[in-house]
Design a protein around this ligand. Sequence first.
Ligand code: ZN
Length: 111
Amino acid sequence: MALKFRLKGLAETFVDSITCPCCGVVGVDDQNFTTELTKVTYQGIIVVVQCRECKEIFVPPTQRLGVLDNEALRGAVEKDSTDSGEAIMPGIAAVKLSAEKLNALRKGCLH
Ligand SMILES: [Zn+2]
């Protein structure tokens, strides 16, 4: 069974199986991974997962993005940014960069 992320009428993303690039754990649901860091961008919902085993944060390459309403999605992303005060994530590149930053911070904290 694939993981499905949906934003009503705006976008949806499917993730088949997830493999942790750090420790190699494979999973298809939130038993092995958490998805709380998932971001909504202009390109759609970008699923960000954190491995429960080794705490690595990454963007699974196996996700399929679907945008149902480009304009409404754009509006929602901008509203979200205004509401939360966080910078807009334009797309998957920005999300990957933010995941890398989180990993660096996390590893920095371990020392
Ligand atoms: Zn892992």
